[in-house]
Design a protein around this ligand. Structure first.
Ligand code: NAP
Ligand code: G3H
Length: 492
């Protein structure tokens, strides 16, 4: 493959364009957004601040392109997606570097995000090939004659608006784009502003792989400026959104009869029982809570531990957390990196202030340098503290001590969120008892909360979301049944 395949999406000053009708184009607004690295404020590039007319043009172009795309056989669509996956694998190092600079994700996790994305695309291409329709004979319903038969196939919805968050700008764009495309939809991608450069490279990967023009268009600009226009546009047939509960609820409040898939915030609990393998729990809790500085929807965001093992667990955690490597994501082995913005760090610090004031015990951390927050652990957190309930999206973890299994379930379920939870125990009966009662999308037994493997169903309940992702589930969510009923005459 040619060395510099990414020369079209930006100019020599790192001004990035948008993919429109198969070409990279500049906005006519002449307005740009500077993307600075959260690592050191260095300049990464500029993206276009598009206006509503340009967004409209992109959506209308995708609408037209979809009519042709839906006619392309599924195995041809899969060929294009597989080519995109090959390019991603080949360019993983280069793309990971951009990701690291743009969102301060450590190098290892950045490479993992790109490779996981390539795998996601391949799996989706395969899964879509085996989706079949069904035929339903009329006589299976009481009172219906035998002269009816319904042929049910799955058809695309039209234009999918994909809106992704800063923390996985590549993977959580593809988790929308790939299933939408395989189902025969076209896609308009609105990437997160901080993360948009990485997402634009992804769009170019699909373009180079041979996606027909207009089947994937990108629109950049602040969500606060163009977001409402995008989500209420009459030609958008489906909104696939991942981001904060606040923005998700806002989208849901301003849209009417638009199908939505919402992946939102979480406050995942790790419930540790007295018979748990504590070393295993510690391994999972530390990597679950602190990788990418806790900026994962599925991060462990609170520990509910039985009093009898709380001291031992706290001691082990403290020891492990104080050894975590903190700093520049480009350095080998660094886990805790600068947060995405100063504002995020301010918020995490405000949770600490509240916890300090109300008497929580700081075991480790509590320090900040700019937007770098040191991994922090609090013990004896009580239910009047914000830290017990709010999603910090930062490297801070509260320990809440509990007296019984039912108390753990009660506190876990009192959260507004319901993404995932973990239960650490050797007792399978207790694990099932708790898992059945937790109001979340997924319960992990003896593991940290996590999204993958990506073909598993992934969903949040309550304020954590609406609808189900996961490769097959996402293809189904972005297609619908179409029934053609044959009404036969009796042949005498
Ligand atoms: P965010 O601020 O809600 O932004 C998410 C996306 O929405 C961005 O692309 C943003 O664009 C866009 N946006 C903002 N206002 C909009 C509007 N009015 N209309 C349409 N789009 C709009 O979230 P974030 O800070 O990027 O991500 C962190 C949050 O996402 C956390 O709460 C985390 O738990 C959640 N998350 C959930 C999952 C899950 O699967 N459940 C996965 C990852 C993250 P701009 O960047 O231009 O503002
Ligand atoms: O941030 C939300 C992601 O969907 C979490 O994915 O559990 O693989 O980190 P992950």
């Amino acid at each position: 493959m040619e060395k510099n395949i990414f020369m079209n999406l930006k100019d020599k000053n790192n001004v990035y364009k948008n993919l429109y009708d198969g070409h990279w184009v500049e906005s006519e607004t002449g307005k740009y957004i500077d993307i600075l690295s959260p690592i050191d404020n260095s300049f990464v590039g500029k993206v276009q601040a598009m206006n509503k007319e340009e967004v409209d043009k992109a959506i209308m172009n995708s609408k037209e392109a979809q009519l042709l795309w839906q006619e392309i056989p599924v195995n041809r669509r899969a060929d294009i997606l597989n080519r995109a996956a090959d390019i991603l694998y080949e360019k993983a190092g280069e793309l990971a570097e951009i990701l690291t600079m743009e969102i301060a994700k450590d190098r290892k996790s950045s490479v993992a995000e790109i490779e996981r994305t390539a795998d996601y695309i391949r799996f989706t291409a395969d899964a879509a090939k085996s989706l079949e329709g069904e035929t339903i004979p009329g006589d299976s319903f009481p009172g219906t004659k035998r002269n009816k038969i319904s042929f049910v196939t799955r058809v695309p919805l039209g234009v999918v608006l994909a809106i992704s968050p800063f923390n996985y700008p590549v993977n959580l764009s593809v988790s929308k784009i790939a299933p939408a495309l395989m189902a025969g939809n076209s896609v308009v991608l609105k990437p997160p502003t901080q993360g948009s450069i990485s997402a634009l490279y992804l769009a170019e990967v699909f373009n180079i792989a041979g996606l027909p023009k207009g089947v994937l268009n990108t629109v950049t600009g602040r969500g606060s400026e163009i977001g409402d226009y995008c989500v209420t546009h009459k030609e958008i047939d489906f909104i696939n959104f991942t981001g904060s509960t606040e923005v998700g609820q806002h989208i849901s409040s301003i849209t009417t009869m638009k199908p939505l898939l919402l992946e939102l915030g979480g406050k995942d609990a790790a419930i540790v029982l007295d018979d748990a393998d504590l070393d295993r729990a510690v391994d999972n809790i530390v990597s679950g809570a602190y990788s990418y500085s806790g900026q994962r929807c599925t991060a462990v965001k609170r520990i509910l531990v039985m009093e009898s093992v709380a001291d031992e667990l706290a001691e082990k955690l403290k020891d492990r957390i104080s050894k975590l490597k903190v700093g520049d994501p480009r350095e080998e082995g660094v886990v805790v990196t600068p947060l995405i913005s100063e504002k995020s760090a301010d918020f995490v610090m405000s949770l600490m202030e509240d916890a300090n004031k109300k008497g929580a015990e700081l075991l480790v951390g509590g320090k900040r340098e700019g937007n770098l927050v040191y991994p922090t652990l609090y013990d004896n957190v009580t239910l009047d503290m914000k830290l017990a309930w709010e999603e910090p999206f930062g490297p801070i973890l509260p320990i809440i001590r509990i007296k019984s299994i039912d108390e753990a379930i009660k506190i876990a379920n009192e959260s507004d969120y319901g993404l995932q939870s973990s239960v650490f125990t050797k007792d399978i009966d207790k694990a099932f008892y708790i898992a059945n009662k937790l109001e979340v999308g997924t319960v992990q037994v003896n593991n940290k909360p996590e999204r993958g493997p990506d073909h598993f169903p992934f969903l949040g309940v309550k304020s954590s979301g609406m609808g189900t992702q996961g490769i097959r589930y996402s293809i189904e969510a972005m297609s619908r049944p179409k029934a053609i009923v044959f009404n036969l005459n009796n042949v005498e």
